[in-house]
Design a protein around this ligand. Structure first.
Ligand SMILES: O=C[C@H](O)[C@H](O)COP(=O)(O)O
Ligand SMILES: C=C(OP(=O)(O)O)C(=O)O
Length: 351
């Protein structure tokens, strides 16, 4: 990383960038109120830091050891304020601001009628973003794969319902991109692109999704350490897209006996991510617990841990849901949860 002097000229900055490129690395420029930082993307070992320190306009040039430097607090121009989070704007919604953001919707888009009903319920409950899977990642090829898996026409139709629901109920919309070939189509219809847990490690998919230039909801793999989670988020940032919303959704349970939940919700991920990076982090208690009776308590706990928002699976008729029926809650239940979570957030922010 190269930190420019406060009074460095644009020519000096350009010169340093050209020198970095000559060494075969790419650059990421972070311009703040007080300083401009040049992040180096590539193998830093080939960089003569002493030489770069001596260039006109350079204050400091040094190696950053962490594998997730572009999203780290150390690199960011938000470094001075420990608690400051990047604000990601989607329509009139701010993710990472003072107010928590609630994403809600069915696991899978099932039909237009069902989606509209759920969207209306989610909106009335206070959710600002509608979710719904068009391409579902499933453990078994014999399970329902999402309407989009049937073909491009079916995918386009389901995506257009999402868009229409977003317009009708004034919500932003989000869906998962399961494979690179889906990226162009999905990006035409939704406001936030989701990369699911199972694809957390797919660096080509991450780069493709990042290049769409829209905010990315990036879910932690259920077997990933925090370091891996953040290191792979760096593949999105390295494409110049820092609008990354981290999402903790539970990791693989350990031990011999019953765990009683689908995954273990790792709530320490929230304060850790907020300390290590400047990115907002949300929590998905639905996939983490797999149990509707635990969604409320885990949502409250996530808020208390400082999460910037929640992603909750909602259905007007949970028992009939085509995917993940056991973890769906109803819109009235969502409303109660959101009201409580807003109060918890106020208390947490106050202190
Ligand atoms: O929503 C995410 C997954 O598609 C969902 O949890 C299904 O998982 P399963 O295929 O293991 O049932
Ligand atoms: C597939 C999903 O979750 P995860 O990737 O966390 O399993 C989802 O949110 O639709």
């Amino acid at each position: 990383m190269i930190i420019m002097k406060k009074d460095a000229t644009p020519e000096e900055l350009e010169n340093v960038i050209a020198e970095v490129r000559r060494c075969g690395l790419k650059t990421d420029i972070s311009k703040g109120e007080f300083r401009t930082i040049i992040g180096l993307i590539g193998d830093e070992k080939s960089i003569p830091f002493a030489y770069f320190s001596s260039l006109p306009g350079v204050k400091e040039a040094r190696m950053v050891e962490t594998p997730y430097k572009l999203i780290s607090r150390e690199y960011s121009n938000l470094w001075q304020a420990e608690g400051l989070t990047r604000e990601i704007k989607v329509k009139d919604i701010t993710i990472g601001g003072d107010e928590p953001v609630f994403i809600a919707g069915p696991c899978a888009v099932e039909s237009k009628e069902a989606l509209m009903k759920i969207a209306e319920g989610a909106k009335m409950a206070g959710a600002q973003i509608l979710r719904g899977g068009v391409y579902k990642p499933r453990s078994s090829v014999h399970s329902f794969q999402g309407l989009g898996s049937a073909g491009k026409d079916e995918a386009t139709e389901a995506l257009s319902w999402l868009k229409e629901a977003g317009e009708r109920f004034e919500m932003a919309v989000m869906t998962e991109i399961r494979g690179e070939s889906q990226a162009d189509l999905v990006a035409e219809y939704v406001d936030i692109l989701q990369v699911g847990s199972r694809n957390m490690y797919d660096q080509d998919l991450l780069a493709t999704v990042a290049r769409k230039g829209k905010p990315v909801m990036y879910k932690r793999h259920f077997g990933a350490s925090m370091e891996e989670f953040l290191s792979f988020a760096e593949y999105i940032a390295a494409e110049g897209n820092k609008d990354i919303i981290l999402c903790e959704r539970g990791i693989v349970p350990v031990g011999k006996g019953k765990n009683f939940t689908r995954y273990n919700l790792d709530l320490a991920a929230v304060p850790v991510a907020l300390k290590e990076t400047y990115l907002p982090i949300m929590v998905d208690p639905s996939h983490a617990t797999g149990r509707r009776d635990l969604i409320y308590s885990m949502s409250c706990a996530a808020m208390a841990a400082g999460a910037n928002g929640l992603m909750i699976e909602v259905h007007t008729n949970p028992a009939e849901a085509l995917v993940d029926a056991s973890q769906m809650i109803t819109p009235p239940e969502l409303k109660e949860l959101i009201n409580t979570c807003r109060q918890i957030n106020k208390l947490v922010k106050k202190h």
